[in-house]
Design a protein around this ligand. Structure first.
Ligand SMILES: CC(C)(COP(=O)(O)OP(=O)(O)OC[C@H]1O[C@@H](n2cnc3c(N)ncnc32)[C@H](O)[C@@H]1OP(=O)(O)O)[C@@H](O)C(=O)NCCC(=O)NCCS
Length: 178
């Protein structure tokens, strides 16, 4: 199914924070994501957004009919400087807009934005039972590079995560540009 022609993908603004928080909270309640220890507040998301923008890390939203229906962003893969060309990303779609083409628009837009920013590798940890996310990532060139066993605990049981990776830009064929 694809109803993505009515979608606009753009960098997020501070005004998008409540909508992003509502989407995130829905997925935490439904067990897609391992919850934060404390409930996330508007201020937490605002701070994270600003930190990311300062480091030129993309933070995008998808809008449909003027409403935020999904968001995607990248953070450093690891903090140490040697890893600064690799990013780890997240993507969340509004519960009323799942499987209607939002992820299909957001993920390639994030890949493009990360490529333009000069990063070389993108990584995502995907719950081993999250078929939708695995299929979406595979559709955009991500490969399963690892299975992390028992790294999560939610709703009374241990969960596995898949590590998915994609090379972007010049990858490892050239030295970094920044
Ligand atoms: C994973 C997620 C981002 C996919 O976004 P989406 O907008 O629903 O996906 P799209 O409609 O763009 O679909 C893209 C592809 O993903 C796969 N997909 C999406 N929903 C699916 C589902 N329910 N079951 C199986 N595959 C699915 C399909 O391969 C689909 O391609 P198709 O349209 O040709 O069938 C979305 O389901 C989501 O936000 N889930 C909850 C949060 C989450 O899991 N985030 C990822 C954490 S790593």
């Amino acid at each position: 199914m694809s109803e993505s022609s009515d979608l606009v993908v753009r960098p997020s603004t501070e005004a998008d924070v409540p909508a992003m928080l509502a989407i995130y909270e829905h997925h935490v309640r439904n067990g897609v994501t391992v919850a934060e220890t404390e409930p996330l507040q508007d201020e937490d998301i605002k701070r994270r957004r600003k930190n990311m923008l300062r480091r030129k890390l993309p933070h995008l939203v998808a809008e449909r009919g003027g409403m935020v229906v999904g968001y995607a962003y990248a953070v450093p893969f690891r903090k140490r400087p040697a890893y600064r060309y690799a990013v780890k990303h997240s993507i969340y779609v509004h519960p009323d807009h799942l499987h209607s083409g939002v992820g299909r628009r957001l993920l390639p837009a994030l890949v493009e934005a990360c490529t333009e920013a000069g990063f070389r590798q993108m990584l995502a940890y995907v719950d081993a039972e999250n078929r939708a996310s695995q299929a979406l990532h595979e559709a955009f060139g991500f490969r399963r590079v690892g299975l992390l066993e028992g790294v999560g605990y939610k709703f009374g049981r241990w969960t596995d995560s898949l590590l998915m990776q994609r090379t972007i830009g010049a990858g490892t064929t050239e030295p970094p540009g920044f």
